[in-house]
Design a protein around this ligand. Structure first.
Ligand SMILES: *Cc1c(COP(=O)(O)O)cnc(C)c1O
Length: 397
């Protein structure tokens, strides 16, 4: 029997392992030079001014809602077809999540529905939008920025699925996911199924200097060591009546922050993984093309991810008849397809706020027929052929 084929998987090379070992032998396990190097390299890769490495993608989202000052009762719009963390970050700060349905073709949050929502609510009802580059397809953020300006909203782009993805703006310019051109903040995850793996890990990118400063402080307990920002006196700090300078040990906790730091050995792994990101992306596109051609015009297909310029192919999704049957059949053949996602608004946690079946018809229909096929750079041609063969067998016997 063929070895198990998951839907997504990390690709760790000898160079990656070497990079981690070097840090383990160095003086720093955390808060060393690799984190800063990784941040700089990542910002260059994405095309943002700043990058802040954090413990995971969920922490990245939490720091974003904190930095933007989300508070109790603030309403924030996001998609129901995403990993729960995209919505949960609003709840961490006491805000209310307002789900808005997807476009059935792209599976992305439908901007027309958001427009209607905004037009039919009193001004100031909503504080922000969290669009998700779902499956790796880039959201057209230029259009969202237009809305955000009109209604005074901030934007956090959840780009966990899309490092290396892009869209083309109205000036014909390529805008990388997470580059901050049309958003306030963007976030990434380095969970093993994502494009770049560090075990746990995440990154926030932004072009906004004041948000960047806030994130740095909130990532590490809200503590600052910058003497220009101290508010207590130097005499208090030093314990000496006439002292006018602050002593070396002194620091101030000025906000309620967290410990959301990334370790130095994870940053070294991230740096090493980043070198291969472009290659991985090319491979993902090849795999997508093969699936696309294999399923074109098949009668059991109700929809598929399609080939789009700038799609980063974190996932390759098809919509099919008898999805449960296919899932079980593939599983019996050691192919572990996955479902992305169970609509977030129907999670029992969110149902307590009044969300119910029927609220998001497109997302709910999509959920009944979607399935994510194996998609990762180290998937071999042979393995992919096996997957396609089994799918065809299931429907045509
Ligand atoms: C993976 C993921 C997250 C959370 O990232 P973690 O690193 O697992 O905390 C958030 N949003 C989306 C869309 C994701 O895919």
């Amino acid at each position: 029997m063929i070895k198990p084929i998951p839907y997504g998987k990390q690709d760790i090379t000898d160079e990656d392992i070497q990079a981690v070992i070097e840090v383990l032998k160095s003086d720093y396990l955390t808060q060393g030079p690799k984190v800063f190097e990784f941040e700089n390299a990542f910002a260059r890769y994405i095309g943002s001014k700043y990058a802040v490495a954090v413990a995971n993608g969920t922490g990245a989202l939490h720091l974003c809602t904190l930095a933007l000052g989300v508070k109790e009762g603030d309403k924030v719009i996001t998609t129901p077809i995403t990993f729960a963390a995209s919505a949960n970050c609003v709840r961490y700060c006491g805000g209310d999540v307002v789900f808005s349905d997807i476009d059935s073709k792209t599976y992305l949050i439908d901007i027309e529905k958001i427009k209607t929502l905004l037009e039919t609510s009193p001004n100031g009802t909503y504080k922000g939008i969290i669009p998700v580059d779902f499956a790796g397809r880039a959201v057209n953020l230029e259009a969202f920025k237009g809305l955000a300006e009109e209604y005074g909203l901030w934007i956090i782009e959840d780009a966990c699925h899309a490092p290396g993805g892009f869209f083309i703006d109205s000036k014909g310019q390529k805008q990388n996911c997470g580059n901050g051109k049309y958003t306030d903040l963007a976030i990434f995850s380095f969970h093993p199924v994502k494009h770049i793996a560090t075990g746990e890990g995440g990154m926030i990118t932004t072009n906004n200097e004041s948000l960047y400063e806030k994130l740095l402080s909130l990532r590490t307990h809200g503590i600052t060591k910058d003497c220009n920002l101290f508010t207590n006196s130097s005499t208090f700090a030093s314990g000496e009546e006439k002292e006018i300078t602050y002593p070396g040990w002194y620091m101030e906790m000025q906000a309620l922050g967290y410990n959301y730091r990334l370790t130095d050995f994870q940053a070294a792994l991230g740096l090493s993984q980043l070198q291969k990101a472009d290659k991985g992306l090319i491979r993902r596109k090849e795999i997508a093309k093969v699936y696309q051609d294999a399923f074109k015009e098949k009668s059991f297909i109700k929809g598929q991810s399609g080939l789009t310029e700038g799609h980063a192919y974190h996932l390759y999704i098809i919509e099919v008849k008898n999805r449960l049957g296919l899932y079980n059949y593939l599983k019996a053949n050691n192919i572990f397809a996955q479902i992305h996602y169970i609509p977030c608004h129907l999670m029992p946690y969110y149902k307590q706020f009044g969300w119910q079946e029927g609220d998001m018809p497109n997302a709910e229909l999509y959920y009944t027929q979607c399935i994510s096929l194996p998609m990762y750079p180290s998937l071999t041609d042979k393995e992919q052929s096996f997957v396609i063969e089994k799918i065809n067998n299931f429907y045509h016997g």
